[in-house]
Design a protein around this ligand. Sequence first.
Ligand code: 3EB
Length: 379
Amino acid sequence: MPAENWPDRRSRALRQAYASKAPAPRRGSAQAIVEGAVLQVSLLSPDSSISREPAANFAVHYANLHTALALLAQPSRILGVVGYGIERPGVLPPACPFVAAPLLPAAGGAMFEIWTAASPCRPCQVGPVIGACSDDLAFGAIKLDETGKASLEAAVEAAYLNIFDFMQDIGFQTPIRFWNYLTSITDHDQGLERYRRFNIGRHRAFSARLRQQVPPVASGVGGHQGAPVIYFLAAREPAMTIENPRQVSAYAYPPIYGPCSPSFSRASIYARASAESLFISGTASIVGHETRHRGDLPGQIAETAANLRALIGAAAQAATAPLSGRWSVKIYVQDPGDCAAVEPAVDAVFGADAERLYLRGDICRSDLLMEIEAFRRSA
Ligand code: 3EB
């Protein structure tokens, strides 16, 4: 699509135009496909290629240093590793992509987020972007350089342009998930908040290079140590994006939140062969476009849970089959003491078996106390 078609956020007409272009919910076919899948499993599972083919062609694991060692024993299956509260560990094979996030675990020692693939991974580097790719997914990461005189928006635009170069060079042209970990995210820098400057840089790069109708799923959070980092997953085909019926699309936020609205979708389903994945963006206590329950942690938790349930409901209608894999959930809290209060909501929305990673982070609006993102695979 030509860059000019990039939805210029503010206009309701454009949002509606996008809505009409979005794939229609496949409610009718879902049942048939579900039944088809059941039939396939019952007829073929004992000896078929289906049972030999791993259902999950990629996965994420949240691990401490001890549990990470077992995963790192199979380095050829690692797409990328993100460290929280730790620099690159010596045990990590040199070919494994690693990036240190500026966020710390909310409690306890260092943690790792490890993206693995079922097929062998090939490390790749294009300019300052490091990563790896498997048959169907790429991981990449870049550290932002803020040492020079350039503005944050210029550094962010340059980083995203490097990311687009990386994706183009390795043949995984479609970003499906971004994590934007800034520093001092709500600080003001010469009259404009850093998060708003970040949005300007991201918007410029997306306007120039993103070849999708709407931006992918993302999280945008501020940490307290080290350099800002952007890491991402990319594929050969786009994910189907999903918006939250309770919220204005972030890319259509009104200008009171900054000169460029945030370029991300609320959720997406990425389908590949028979497997589907659901990505949920960082989700907070926002209804419409407004923060709800200022200064009220239980209120924000309940509103965030309602937003997550609405997204999961919208995704269930868009998926071809129920997603039944274990949830992986990342919880960002401004105050590490708030984790215990959030835990029951995580259990209630995602189930007691959900894998979770609690991080201390500043949400991009200073009145938001917490934010939750999630990921789930089929089967
Ligand atoms: C929000 O809903 C909360 O700028 O990439 C959530 C997820 C948020 C992603 C981003 C920001 C971003 O607006 C903030």
